[in-house]
Ligand binder design. Structure first.
Ligand code: NAD
Ligand code: UDP
Length: 338
């Protein structure tokens, strides 16, 4: 019988912890590797609490060949879901070598070890950032790709590496999921996103202002060519995003070569709509002011998610109100994170 065990790299992190929970609920066994660079073990303890299952965690760096080899020697994996990597755009412009090393060398090392152990199925965390500044919206998977910062380039390069690999060897089954903007948290309020320091992303910033941890939200630009002048994004609930991974694992046996899919809702919301919806849903005021645009930001970006629907049978089910309610529950119940 083939293995039912999934290796989740970066499984202690935001998306990895939610996906680990859903994998358990779908009946898979899960092994996690994570170096805890941007997370804590507590997230998995809470996944265990929610699932009633035990997670085997190996604290290691995906660049460490010996350590990763030892994990593969011990377990037979059906597939790998590869979340591990660094993700802060601003930081990537300051320490590009770290980003290239962790995100690209880390992935190459993982792929070599997978090959050595005849594990040829991988789901990779890509990003809508690979579309650069899209010529129009909604964005389909065949849009041209580009990058404006080292983080985005690591996603582009890894996508190319995975394409080259599956062209060279048809044993590979590669699913690259291009995430739009993940927000929200598990409905229990037990797991969620824990940004280190000052949040770069909109949603954790809004919830920290609402919680009184920050004075006010700076809205980056009020003069974009959008209906209210603020930037528009496709926000997707982390539970829907995690569900896309489980569906990808269910389908991966039949998907030879590379499959590239947008994972978004197909709806765009402006920054002001996000602030106002949060206020309506939670009843909590979010102080804000419009400031200069942030360098590198684009006006609008949302997905055409039809391909994921036809290939995976996946669709986002949760709406913006759910995203706000769940973000706020997580923030209130865990004011200082895990
Ligand atoms: P996260 O930082 O919460 O999770 C990443 C996990 O990987 C962390 O637990 C971290 O400790 C671990 N890690 C980092 N480098 C590692 C290494 N070298 N070896 C082992 N473990 C390592 O981030 P997330 O939001 O859960 O994102 C997961 C993946 O999705 C990342 O690859 C990210 O680039 C990608 N992604 C995220 C978003 C987003 O907005 N959150 C959007 C698009 C794509
Ligand atoms: N944004 C903002 N203030 C913040 C953080 C983000 O106005 O403190 C805006 C940003 O300009 C963009 C949207 O919110 O229009 C989403 O930004 P985020 O960093 O969350 O995701 P991105 O799409 O940039 O990856």
């Amino acid at each position: 019988m083939s293995s039912n065990k999934i290796l989740v790299t970066g499984g202690c992190g935001y998306i990895g912890s939610h996906t680990t929970l859903l994998l358990f609920e779908a009946g898979f066994d899960v092994v996690v590797v994570d170096n805890l660079a941007n997370s804590s073990k507590e997230s998995l303890r809470r996944v265990e609490q929610l699932s009633g299952k035990t997670v085997e965690l190996y604290q290691l760096d995906v660049r460490d060949n010996d350590a990763l080899t030892a994990v593969f020697a011990k377990h037979e994996f059906k597939a790998v879901i590869h979340f591990a990597g660094l993700k802060a755009v601003g930081e990537s412009t300051e320490i590009p070598l770290d980003y290239y090393d962790q995100n690209i060398s880390g992935t190459i090392n993982l792929l070599k070890v997978m090959q050595q152990f005849n594990c040829y199925q991988i789901v990779f965390s890509s990003s809508a950032t690979v579309y650069g500044d899209p010529a129009s919206v909604p964005i389909t998977e065949d849009f041209p790709t580009s990058a404006t910062n080292p983080y985005g380039r690591t996603k582009l390069f890894v996508e190319e590496i995975l394409r080259d690999l599956s062209r060279a060897d048809d044993q590979w089954h590669v699913i690259m999921l291009r995430y739009f903007n993940p927000i929200g948290a598990h409905q229990s309020g037990l797991i969620g996103e824990q940004p280190q320091g000052i949040p770069n992303n909109l949603m954790p910033f809004i919830s920290q202002v609402a919680a009184g941890k920050r004075d006010k939200l700076s809205i980056f630009g009020g003069d974009y060519s959008t209906p209210d002048g603020t930037g528009i994004r496709d926000y997707i609930h982390v539970m829907d995003l995690s569900d896309a991974h489980v569906k990808a694992i269910h389908k991966i046996d039949g998907l030879v070569g590379t499959t590239t899919l947008n994972i978004g809702t197909g709806n765009g919301y402006s920054v002001l709509e996000m602030v106002h919806t949060f206020e309506e849903v939670t009843g909590v005021f979010v102080a804000h002011e419009i400031v200069e645009r942030r360098a590198g930001d684009i006006a609008e970006c949302w997905a055409e998610p039809k391909l994921a629907s036809s290939v995976l049978g996946w669709k986002a089910k949760l709406n913006l109100n759910d995203m706000m309610t769940d973000t706020w529950r997580w923030q209130k119940d865990n004011p200082d994170g895990f």
